[in-house]
Design a binder for this molecule. Sequence first.
Ligand SMILES: O=C(O)CCC(=O)C(=O)O
Length: 202
Amino acid sequence: VTPAQQLLGSPVYLYQYKLNNKKAYGGDWWEWHQDFAFWHRDDGVPLPRMVSAMILFQDTRSVQGPLLFVPGSHREGIAAFEDKRHLHDKEPDLMNSLNADLKYTINKTLLRKLAQDAGIASGEGPVGTCIFFHPNLFHASNSNVSPFDRYTAILTYNDVANLPEDRVNNRPEYICSRNFDPIRIRTDALADVRVLDKQVLG
Ligand SMILES: O=C(O)CCC(=O)C(=O)O
């Protein structure tokens, strides 16, 4: 929470959290997208004053389908989308913002241009690594055909002054939280944890 507050320079609340658990032997891939396209267009969040924190629950290497991203791509703002024709005639479905067949994906020509210039980085690291990323960052990931799980949590924080506007079809609370209370860090609780650490670890 503290790095999110520092990066945004404001109090924050928890906007959304996800467990993205890619199982060994075939956990699914994700298309290239920007999260803020969904949060702005579908939830009515006015500005990209948000930050996501991805926590790695295992040592994560390239073979496990880590997060891939184009450094600096968040500077594009909300970028051009691919036109997904097969979704045009379909009833709106929440799953098209939560699974491999995403509604708003990055235009391929733009992606190629940016990736040629800036390259593609990958979110690898030892267990416990936390990767902070901007809501407009272009990102994707490959499937996990390795024999090792790749479990992660993504916690997204929003500036408390950047609340979603009311929409006719607001997405449900479990996708777009309506608890806007700023997160307060209880320093007394941290002290308790430290005491416990000492007792357990010696
Ligand atoms: O877990 C992944 O590899 C990608 C997840 C993702 O792109 C997302 O949750 O927006």
